[in-house]
Design a protein around this ligand. Structure first.
Ligand code: SF4
Ligand code: SF4
Length: 639
């Protein structure tokens, strides 16, 4: 089986829909990660959460949010005092997490961008745990007969309510012997007359009794010490055995200031192999992260190499527009470009870089292997020693080894990156607004300016629609909720029209045609340079036509932006059309970031008002187009 097939299988497995089971030690009141509890030998009670199950501990600010929500809805002060709380990320419009308390899935929290706050949904085990202590949010009903799960119960069945609640608040419903998790469909003072009184989400029986033992995270480490020893020794031995066979290549550790790279630091330290820290300062890092990284390197006595993007983001943002989750030009400009420069100058013969990538982080990362060549940075080999670790394992390891982590985690950030990253959640943006009002104000001001330039409404900024070029279906639905036409969510002024599919050509073969509308930034002749990376080129300045030919077919580009590709089969015609369109994009929109120059192993590119290609050196491998941020526009234009 090929490596790529293996990677796809791993990705599918980690992110398939459904539930995954974990174990909870009742004696020690903590999660068990291995076969049994290392303290008491208990094999534990099982509980299930949504896949992929990247459980993480709920830290300071997160605890306060959960405490506030349960106090608000059920009037229980400090409901989970001394109990371990875990969170598990689930899909949602914004941040959404399952809440696990004492090994029971008791509810979910989700951030609602409209109210700019979290909402709580109760699960049946939460209702069973809290029914005897809640002073508010309880509805007693006469069982209506038949199944209740998923039904809406009329107010005429309501016998008594405890405390006040509003429409859509989570409630505990007591129906005879049954205890249900519900949602109020009417407020507490109207419910008795309401046709729709309360929705029943799930139905259970009996009580859930939380442990009386106070527990702390050090108990979790003790209970899993054998597991952590195993994780560490496997990671250390994997790294050591790879490096033993490549001892002539200098080693670096990609240190972002996040928890995963911190765990990798400790693994590297235990290999006793020399390494330096690599930090990419995108110019958009949180001040806390920059300070933390510098202090950490100093404290550990490690050499810190900083790839500094300086103000590249701000130099490019007018051109590309706000970065989007599906158009992260910023990563290429602010990460890849400075990193390739740094590696080129410090490690001309290459480096092996240890990275903290984990498969449970995202579907894209689910495909990573232990050894990965960086496709965009020549001479960089990546090792991913913690790729199979879950977030809770990373945290346990950090606590076990007493490592100092970035203080931003205590503020309830799930991941730490650039402060204006389009991958940030609205919930995280809210935290940033409180922590760094100056940074958020200036970015929001920029977004407002950009929105008015393209005639977009303020909802585009307010609800974070700027974070996508093409909205995923969940955001399309959200756009409908806030009455925002999808066409008003994002436009960057570049357009392409393509005739649908390939048409048979009279002279044989298949043809694809399209028109690319882009601002002309350079002379049309520049396209001839870029087409050299595809095949042999003929150019007529008089007629403003350029033609490229290679072994799969030929393509023509006309001065008005028309592109025609012809090949013997539709697939090849499409490939050629794509390569030609990308060349046209690069010829006009190149920002001279230099990423392609550094990624070309043949040293065939120089920059002079856009790329110049050496015909003698170029092997037409296409790598320069793969790494180019403006060529990436193509994917957006055709989708
Ligand atoms: S990366 Fe270099 S060799 Fe490959 S197509 Fe581009 S210019 Fe040519
Ligand atoms: S063509 Fe090269 S230099 Fe220009 S934007 Fe693309 S990667 Fe950067």
């Amino acid at each position: 089986m090929t490596n790529s097939v293996n990677k796809k299988k791993a990705a599918r497995k980690a992110f398939k829909h459904g539930k995954i089971t974990f174990k909870w030690c009742r004696n020690c009141a903590t999660l068990i990660l291995g076969e049994k509890c290392s303290v008491c030998g208990n094999t534990g009670r099982t509980f299930s959460v949504t896949m992929p199950g990247d459980l993480r501990p709920c830290l300071d600010e997160g605890n306060l949010i959960i405490k506030r929500l349960f106090e608000k809805h059920f009037d229980i002060p400090n409901p989970f005092n001394g109990l371990q709380i875990l969170l598990n990320k689930i899909p949602g419009i914004d941040r959404a997490d399952e809440i696990i308390v004492d090994g029971w899935l008791i509810g979910t929290i989700s951030f609602d961008p409209i109210i700019d706050d979290f909402r709580l949904e109760l699960k049946v085990d939460g209702a069973r745990a809290l029914v005897d202590v809640a002073k508010s949010g309880i509805i007693e009903i006469r069982p209506p007969g038949g199944h209740m799960k998923g039904k809406t119960i009329s107010g005429k069945f309501v016998e008594r309510v405890h405390g006040k609640f509003d429409v859509n608040d989570p409630v505990i419903v007591v129906a005879g012997d049954y205890i249900c998790a519900g949602i109020a469909r009417a407020s507490s003072n109207r419910i008795f007359d309401a046709e729709k009184g309360v929705g029943i989400r799930d139905v259970g029986k009996g009580r859930v009794v939380f442990s009386k033992k106070k527990t702390c995270w050090s108990k979790f480490i003790q209970a899993n010490i054998d597991h952590f020893k195993y994780l560490e020794s496997k990671a250390v031995s994997d790294v050591k055995s790879y490096l033993r066979n490549n001892s002539n290549i200098p080693v670096t550790l990609s240190f972002s200031g996040g928890k995963d790279s911190l765990a990798c630091y400790e693994i590297m330290r235990r290999t006793s192999i020399d390494f330096s820290l690599l930090f990419v300062n995108t110019g958009l890092e949180f001040p806390e992260t920059v300070k933390y990284v510098r202090c950490f390197a100093e404290k550990c006595g490690l050499k810190l190499l900083v790839a500094d993007a300086k103000d590249e983001f701000w130099k490019n943002v007018d051109f590309f527009g706000p970065p989007a989750k599906d158009f992260r030009w910023c990563c290429k400009v602010c990460k890849l470009a400075p990193l390739t420069s740094l590696i080129e100058s410090h490690f001309p013969n290459g480096t092996i870089t240890i990275e903290g990538n984990r498969i449970f982080e995202s579907f894209a990362r689910a495909r990573i292997a232990f050894v990965d060549a960086n496709p965009f940075v020549p001479n960089q080999i990546i090792l991913n020693p913690i790729r199979e670790w879950r977030a809770i394992e990373v945290w346990g390891y950090i606590w076990w080894r007493h490592l100092d982590y970035n203080p931003l985690y205590e503020k309830d950030y799930e991941r730490i990156g650039c402060y204006l990253c389009p991958a940030c959640l609205a919930s995280e943006w809210k935290i940033t607004r409180e922590l760094h009002p100056d940074l958020t104000r200036s970015w929001e001001k920029y977004l407002m300016h950009w929105a008015s330039r393209f005639g977009l409404p303020m909802e585009f900024v307010r609800y974070g629609f700027w974070r996508w070029k093409i909205l995923p279906s969940k955001m399309k639905k959200f756009a409908a909720v806030v009455n925002l036409p999808v066409s008003h969510t994002r436009s960057d002024g570049i357009q392409m029209k393509m005739a649908p599919g390939a048409s048979p050509c009279i002279s044989g073969g298949y043809t694809i045609e399209g028109v690319l509308n882009i601002p002309r930034r350079r002379n049309f002749s520049k396209i001839a340079e870029l087409l050299k990376t595809i095949g042999s080129v003929r150019y007529s300045d008089e007629y403003q036509i350029v033609m490229v030919r290679n072994k799969i077919g030929n393509a023509k580009v006309f001065g008005g932006g028309q592109i025609v590709s012809t090949a013997s089969c539709p697939t090849d015609a499409k490939r050629l059309f794509e390569a030609t369109t990308k060349a046209l994009l690069r010829s006009q929109l190149c920002t001279e970031c230099g990423v392609c120059v550094r990624s070309c192993g043949m040293k065939a590119i120089t920059l002079d008002d856009g790329p110049l290609i050496s015909d003698e050196k170029c092997t037409r491998c296409g790598k320069c187009s793969d790494v180019c941020v403006v060529a990436h526009y193509y994917d957006k234009l055709v989708s």
